[in-house]
Design a protein. Structure first.
Length: 155
């Protein structure tokens, strides 16, 4: 059997494009199944942003919010009109979080030792705490300007 002299061995452009499309779809499917990498450092950064956001929301919207530090993470809640605390579930920026790799150190709010809760009522209180992860400790502090700072304590 003879081949046409002008035909070369190889793949057509359409065949290559189909293969590339299949590879792209497979890669996208795999990436959607892999959860984002959660490192303790990323989680501490997220916590700082949550605290700043809670202070800002409290000041702008005139609501009272609280962040409770529990053994496996932290819970964000809002003071309801009835006087009880209700967890925030519909606000992505202020959602509760499970962070089993972090341990909460003593918390000081407005110069006094406090239970593991920071209450935001019209802004950010002056607070300080140490967060420990497998690689070391980080000191986080907030002040009435609404800024949370983090200082690694070495590891």
């Amino acid at each position: 059997m003879s081949r046409h002299p002008n035909l070369e061995n190889g793949y057509t452009l359409i065949e290559v494009m189909v293969v590339m499309a299949i590879i792209a779809l497979m890669a996208a499917a795999i990436m959607m199944r892999i959860p984002p990498h959660r490192t303790p450092e990323n989680e501490i950064d997220r916590l700082c942003h949550v605290l700043e956001t809670a202070a800002l929301q409290s000041e702008i919207k005139g609501v009272t919010l609280a962040v409770d530090f529990v053994p496996q993470g932290y819970l964000v809640s809002q003071l309801a009109m009835s006087g009880g605390w209700r967890p925030l579930t519909n606000r992505a920026a202020l959602s509760s979080r499970s962070v089993p790799d972090l341990a909460w150190g003593p918390l000081t709010v407005n110069g006094s030792a406090a239970a593991q809760r920071i209450v935001f009522s019209g802004g950010m209180p002056d607070f300080s705490m140490t967060v420990t992860d497998p690689s070391g400790a980080t000191h986080i502090a907030g002040n009435p300007t609404g800024i949370v700072t983090r200082i690694p304590q070495g590891g």
